[in-house]
Design a protein around this ligand. Structure first.
Ligand code: PLP
Length: 537
């Protein structure tokens, strides 16, 4: 069937923008084995079905309609496809994803590290993989013990006395931790007065968003010329109105906050709490315990530091370690042991605290817990420490290898990620975005761009400990070649045309954000089948 819908917007058929190497257009829109994939609703034939189902028996006269008259009047509108068509469609779509299983994934602040296959093997053991969250507690004693054992190691690694396991992501953990802080302030009778949350200018967007969502006023704290929190500015901002500081350490510039102990002392002296964003924990596991730095609570992205898979929106897991002062407010459920039996405590009679309620259905992300525990136990204390050391070593290798051709944002060695600004692209006509798009043509997922905001045209590269040296070297070779090309001063047009080899070229991101087309409409409704026209309306 010839596709009747024009999906050519941004399609990477060749001949454009004066690039002689771009291939000519093909009849199908396919490029070699890269298939031009329609939406599933644009495929197939109405009425085609992958399974044979018997016709339902006719209703006997006089039997009441079981749906109480709510029978579907028209077609259900499911795409008509055979089983092989469905399998092929989703397999082809899956091949359009770039993934850590395919190559270097240098997305800074995301810790795209290898998910060891032992994690998957353990998570798929029938006794774990086939569990249902509504099973009677007596039948899931081992699973509850598994959650408790992971909790034990998270507390041990962070040097903190308690952990709330249920939050489903880092941002969710922030919400949990800041709700605990809010509850503790309420108990002190100071919630109304302490309305302000301090956050460094380099903070991840989720930090101010979390504070604002809980009704706090967010006050930014500037960075000093070393890329760390300006301690003097922080001290000046502290006062009886401050509830907490939200600080990432190592910070989002890839640097250890060397004055973190002074920061926590000043925050505590002002009667406020220290929320630590622990997304970058991978750089310090086994070497630094956040509890020793005066942290009151910190989320841990299991899907970053502890290697459980992420991307595409989930599932993640963001347990939050809590100080003794905040522990009583940890949300339900609490996994508690009574004699030799595990329980899921969900009411105040069964816990010693004042839980802030429930944040997540059931117990949290069981599959992620299992993978994280497998990771921790298979690495052991020495392996965890080595992983963080290797992550830092890799980032410094990247920094050193690119120092002469790209512009390092802050002097000195980095932690787990290397941050560059765009001054090396000055007067070339090439922007950070163009540079990142050109990386796609080289076969690499771009680094994090334009974050953190304290650096102009930021490029944040986090290689993690997973990459072999020769693979990193190839990646670095590609970056060096792109910098050389940009610096000729005549390549701006070529960079602006990138990516040439991706299934889609550059899309109109502004239009997509302003007028997202979230719903497919059938082609017998013509004005709405043209996505470009529809969006323009
Ligand atoms: C990833 C990240 C978060 C948010 O974590 P999610 O699991 O994506 O919600 C918060 N802060 C920093 C610094 C991060 O890198």
């Amino acid at each position: 069937m010839v596709q009747s819908i024009d999906r050519s917007q941004g399609r990477a058929t060749g001949g454009e923008i004066g690039n002689a190497s771009a291939a000519p257009a093909t009849f199908t829109g396919n490029r070699a084995l890269q298939i031009e994939e329609p939406l599933i609703f644009e495929m197939g034939q109405p009425g085609r079905c992958g399974v044979d189902l018997p016709e339902p028996a006719p209703r006997s006269p006089g039997v009441k309609d079981r749906l109480n008259g709510l029978r579907r009047a028209g077609d259900i509108g499911l795409p008509g496809l055979s089983e092989p068509q469905v399998v092929q469609h989703y397999t082809r779509l899956s091949q359009k994803n770039y993934a850590i299983d395919m190559g270097v994934y240098p997305l800074g602040s995301c810790t795209m590290k290898h998910n060891p296959r032992i994690n998957e093997k353990v998570a798929r053991l029938p006794g774990i993989g086939d569990l249902h969250p509504l099973q009677p507690v007596s039948t899931v004693q081992g699973a509850l013990e598994l959650i408790d054992r992971l909790a034990h190691w998270l507390k041990t690694l962070t040097g903190m006395p308690a952990v709330a396991m249920s939050p489903a992501a880092g941002a969710h953990g922030e919400m949990c931790g800041m709700m605990a802080i809010s509850a503790a302030l309420e108990a002190r009778g100071e919630r109304a007065q302490r309305k302000t949350v301090l956050a460094p200018e380099s903070a991840h967007g989720t930090n101010p968003a979390t504070a604002a969502a809980l009704g706090f006023i967010v006050k930014p704290i500037p960075a000093n010329e070393r890329g760390r929190v300006d301690l003097t500015a922080l001290k000046a901002a502290l006062g009886p109105d401050v509830a907490a500081i939200m600080l990432t350490n190592p910070n989002t510039c890839g640097l250890f906050e060397s004055e973190v102990v002074e920061i926590s002392a000043a925050v505590h002296a002002a009667g406020a709490y220290f929320y630590c964003d622990g997304a970058n924990f991978n750089a310090i596991v086994g070497r630094v315990r956040p509890g020793d730095l005066g942290v009151d609570c910190m989320h841990i992205n299991l899907h970053k530091t502890f290697s459980t898979p992420h991307g595409g929106g989930g599932p993640g897991a963001g347990p939050v370690v809590l100080s003794a002062a905040l522990a009583p407010y940890a949300p339900y459920p609490w996994i508690v042991k009574d004699g030799d039996k595990w329980h899921v405590a969900e009411d105040e009679a069964k816990v010693e605290g004042k839980p802030l309620g429930r944040l997540k259905a059931f117990h949290g992300q069981m599959g992620m817990f299992t993978r994280a525990l497998a990771y921790i136990m298979s690495h052991g204390a020495d392996g965890l420490k080595q992983a963080s050391e290797d992550a830092v070593l890799s980032a410094n290798y990247v920094m050193a290898a690119l120092q002469d051709v790209m512009s390092q944002a802050f002097e000195g060695p980095c932690m787990h990620e290397a941050l560059f600004d765009d001054s090396f692209l000055k007067d070339t006509g090439v922007s950070t975005l163009d540079f990142a798009k050109a990386m796609i043509d080289e076969g690499y997922h771009p680094m994090t761009m334009y974050f953190p905001l304290v650096v102009h045209g930021a490029m944040l590269i986090e290689p993690t400990e997973s990459q072999a040296k020769e693979d990193l070297d190839l990646f670095l070779g590609a970056l060096r070649s792109l910098t050389a090309k940009a610096k000729t001063g005549t390549a701006a047009e070529a960079f602006k045309a990138a990516p040439l080899y991706a299934p889609r070229r550059r899309l109109d991101e502004t239009l997509a954000a302003r007028k997202p087309i979230l719903r497919w409409r059938p082609s017998n409704n013509p004005p709405e089948t043209d996505p470009v026209k529809q969006a323009a309306e």
